[in-house]
Design a protein. Structure first.
Ligand SMILES: Nc1ncnc2c1ncn2[C@@H]1O[C@H](COP(=O)(O)OP(=O)(O)OP(=O)(O)O)[C@@H](O)[C@H]1O
Ligand SMILES: [Mg+2]
Length: 303
């Protein structure tokens, strides 16, 4: 599978994976593929940052390797570890067999067989057809700065040195996507290596398109009402605004309940699909849901 040769081709490829992608995002994806630069995506929760890496891997028919970041993630969990338990067993077995050759045992213990490849090391290996995978470094803002510095190194040359085995270098660097929810700023040095895009909430038309792609069973009318309501809701002062993921979840909940049109009662019963904080849910109690629904329905009326 060739890399897409134009922005339109990127859009079409993602579209085939049911990923609705605006022109700006398609452009930065195209450039990142063309120039071989990592793509750094920031945005609110549930707006499709992680999904784009999945769609890209599927569309390009590449392996997807995911490094999920978390506080305390260190280089050994990200690159490689030795399988300590298996090494211990091998030592015991050798001992039981009666004094094995120490040097041979040592070499065996630190061979490929006992190496546990973590995502960054996996990402340096092409598949059977020699194609580099898509490497998703997800939620980078959850790690700490030392790991970020380490990552900067890894992204600059895509090679790792394992003292016992030597240096491993990617023949073809992977396609790298980094995401962040911006719970903290990621360091400039890392950002400088990447192309950057802020993934915003989609506008009305695009969110309806996303719903058509991801919850196709919903009627046109229901989809439009759901999106209009969620879009209105995002303008309210909420602790946690609903993302696209919530819009899709909600539509599926309404479908499961055979709802054909939104009403304040239906909304009150299903709010848990779009709002995940009690304070936010409490805000929509009483006449608030009706007010937002009226506002949403008014926005749908033809002008
Ligand atoms: N543009 C889009 N086209 C199709 N589906 C989308 C789009 N944006 C979001 N989605 C849907 O929303 C869901 C959530 O998206 P995703 O997990 O990628 O969000 P995220 O930005 O990574 O959120 P978080 O910050 O919480 O990890 C996906 O499963 C996908 O179905
Ligand atoms: Mg995500």
């Amino acid at each position: 599978m060739q890399l897409p040769q134009s922005i339109d081709a990127v859009q079409q490829m993602l579209d085939e994976q049911n990923y609705v992608c605006g022109r700006a995002l398609a452009t930065v994806v195209f450039l990142s593929l063309k120039l071989g630069r990592p793509l750094f995506l920031e945005g609110e929760a549930g707006v499709g940052k992680t999904e784009i890496a999945k769609a890209l891997a599927a569309g390009l028919d590449r392996r997807l390797i995911r490094l999920q970041c978390y506080e305390g993630l260190d280089a050994s969990s990200a690159v490689y570890e030795w399988n300590f338990a298996a090494q211990m067993i091998a030592i015991r077995t050798a001992e039981a067999a009666g004094g094995a050759d120490r040097a041979a045992l040592q070499a065996e213990l630190f061979s490929d067989d006992f190496l546990v490849r973590r995502p960054l090391l996996q990402a340096m290996q092409p598949d059977e057809q020699g194609r580099a995978p898509v490497l998703l470094i997800d939620e980078l803002d959850r790690t700490d700065e030392p790991f970020e510095a380490f990552l900067l190194e890894a992204l600059s040359d895509f090679q790792v040195t394992i003292p016992e085995l030597g240096t491993i270098k990617a023949a073809e660097p992977p396609i790298v996507i980094l995401t962040s929810n911006r719970t903290r700023e990621v360091h400039d040095a890392l950002k400088r290596r990447c192309l950057y895009h802020w993934v915003d909430y989609p506008d009305f038309a695009r969110e309806v398109d996303i719903l058509n792609a991801r919850a196709p069973a919903a009627s046109d009318q229901l989809s439009r009402e759901v999106v209009a309501f969620v879009q209105s809701l995002r303008t309210e002062d909420l602790f946690k605004k609903p993302g696209v993921a919530e819009t899709i979840d909600w539509a599926n909940c309404l479908l499961a309940l055979d709802v054909v049109t939104l009403s304040p009662e239906v909304i009150a019963d299903t709010l848990g699909a779009i709002l995940k904080y009690q304070d936010d849910i409490a805000r929509l109690q009483g006449s608030e849901a009706k007010r937002i629904l009226d506002q949403a329905k008014a926005s749908l009326e033809p002008v």
